[in-house]
Design a binder for this molecule. Structure first.
Ligand code: FB9
Length: 497
């Protein structure tokens, strides 16, 4: 099988679109089986074409049917063999040497009423009964030969089939269509364009395999980031592109002073109870704090100041010295803001993403620890509107553009707002974080200037991760029961999608 027939077929397919192999055989005036063979060879080269098997029912003349088409039907030839004055029946066999012609022709002509047998004389004489006839069988044979069988009544065709003048054949052919790797050349496409091809110009005669942009990359046998770390990287990217600087959060253990007192959270607040907080037994206490700052914190809690009446209780340093597992990364924000004030205030944007610990009731979505994401902006004359604006920008990058805010309470922020977003995927409003303006009772003792305000907000890492990756139980995300195949298979994180 030459390449030229295969390429001729490919070029013809390219010109006319989907085509039946029977029509290709007619077009190229070649045998249909040769076309089928060429198509099979093409399919061996790849997905150049696709084929759909189809069946054609057609009528063909037998050898006898061809004779009828050429010479007329048995009955017509019998009719014409009889002389106009008639002839002895025995002479008919002489005129019609073919036994079959004679027997079939005589009975059919009699049946059509074209001839009769006159027995009135001494010998039977066969006579024509009509002056002319139409040889419809011959006409039909020629219609069938011209592939116009559809113009012949079905019962007539069935009769011819019984007379073995025609055969009904089922012909299998294929609809040929362009395949995923269609090309009009059967030479194997090159997969690389080499410098040699360019220099000697041979690239002009070659076909090149088209890029498959849907192809998946080969899976790398390497480490795979846990979904939490993928989401953390996305949050980190968002904060960095918004000009935020990451705070150092590498201390899970914190003093109550920085975790609570510096945030103006009173020492009798329920969150400072062992039912809500993990206290550390060894080392149980931290005792080195900036002395002057500690005195200002003690004073703001006990007596108030900077316009605040304080809480009016006897603040105890022993309570502030207790070590704990930090309950929020806002403790880190407090440390950073104090350091900023001490070094000389300048506007900053800080963020943190790290583990925090709470002695809470465990359930399907809560463990005793989670990752808190926190953003902090300190600048002159910031307002609640600035907080709302930056939240809108931040959450828009998470794919949440419909936000609502609900007044809330935090010990260290006033005003405070819970943040809600309408999640199109889940079709409902959901709480997506908390926010507020740090109170002056927190900022002024640090030494943050009067005209400076600090806005901040927080959310968790686990909640968005579970929603993005369709995980319903926190224990399927973190902990000893995590399926490492889930980690291996987890797709890239696209928060904005
Ligand atoms: O993350 C939370 N929800 C959330 C966030 C993103 C999200 O994205 C989805 C892809 C669409 C979906 C949901 N929340 C905060 C709200 C709730 O899940 C809540 O039930 C659980 N909260 C945690 C604390 O619960 C003990 C989430 C965690 C949280 C809450 C508040 C803060 C930080 C984390 C804060 C703060 C703050 C406030 C003012 C100043 C500084 C920090």
């Amino acid at each position: 099988m030459g390449f030229n027939l295969q390429e001729d077929i490919l070029k013809y397919l390219n010109a006319v679109g989907d085509v039946d192999t029977l029509d290709i055989a007619v077009h190229f005036k070649t045998d249909h089986q040769k076309i089928i063979g060429a198509v099979n060879s093409i399919q061996a080269l790849g997905e150049l074409v696709s084929t759909e098997a189809v069946s054609h029912q057609k009528w063909e003349l037998t050898e006898e049917g061809t004779v009828v088409a050429d010479k007329g039907s048995h009955e017509a030839r019998t009719f014409y063999a009889i002389s106009p004055e008639g002839m002895p029946l025995k002479d008919l066999k002489v005129n019609l040497p073919d036994k079959n012609l004679h027997s079939v022709g005589f009975s059919k002509a009699m049946a059509r009423g074209w001839i009769c047998v006159d027995k009135s004389g001494e010998v039977p004489v066969i006579r024509q009964k009509v002056s002319s006839i139409q040889d419809i069988v011959k006409d039909h044979m020629n219609l069938i030969r011209q592939q116009r069988a559809s113009e012949v009544e079905e019962n007539a065709k069935q009769d011819y089939k019984k007379r073995k003048l025609v055969n009904e054949v089922i012909l299998k052919s294929y609809i040929l269509r362009k395949g995923n790797e269609f090309r009009t050349s059967v030479s194997k496409p090159e997969t690389d364009l080499t410098s040699e091809m360019i220099s000697n110009g041979s690239w002009k005669e070659k076909s090149f395999k088209s890029y498959n942009f849907d192809a998946l990359g080969t899976p790398l046998d390497c480490g795979h980031l846990h979904p939490l770390l993928k989401v953390r990287a996305e949050f980190r990217r968002i904060f960095l592109e918004m000009g935020f600087t990451e705070m150092p959060t590498n201390n899970y253990i914190e003093s109550s002073f920085w975790n609570f007192d510096a945030l103006f959270q009173p020492q009798q607040h329920p969150a400072r109870d062992a039912h809500d907080t993990f206290f550390v037994s060894d080392p149980q206490y931290t005792k080195n704090f900036p002395t002057d700052y500690l005195e200002r914190v003690k004073c703001i809690h006990s007596n108030g100041g900077f316009g605040s009446q304080g809480y009016g209780y006897n603040w105890k340093i022993a309570e502030a010295q207790k070590n704990l597992l930090r309950t929020h990364t806002t403790a880190v924000s407090a440390r950073m803001l104090y350091k900023l004030a001490q070094e000389g205030f300048k506007p900053v944007k800080y963020f943190s993403i790290d583990r925090v610990f709470r002695n809470e009731t465990l359930d399907a979505t809560h463990l005793a620890e989670f990752h808190q994401v926190e953003g902090v902006v300190a600048d002159y004359r910031l307002t609640l509107g600035d907080l709302i604006g930056i939240l809108a920008e931040f959450f828009k990058k998470l794919g949440m553009s419909k936000l609502q805010f609900k007044p809330a309470y935090n010990p260290y922020t006033e005003p405070s707002m819970e943040i809600f977003s309408f999640h199109d995927g889940l079709g409902k409003w959901m709480e997506v974080g908390n926010s507020g303006m740090f109170r002056p009772e927190m900022l002024r003792p640090m030494g943050i200037p009067e005209e400076v305000n600090v806005i901040a907000w927080g959310l968790s890492l686990e909640r968005p991760t579970m929603i993005k990756y369709g995980i319903n139980n926190i224990r399927d995300l973190v902990g000893p029961k995590v399926d490492l195949q889930m980690v291996h298979d987890s797709p890239i994180c696209r928060l904005e999608k």
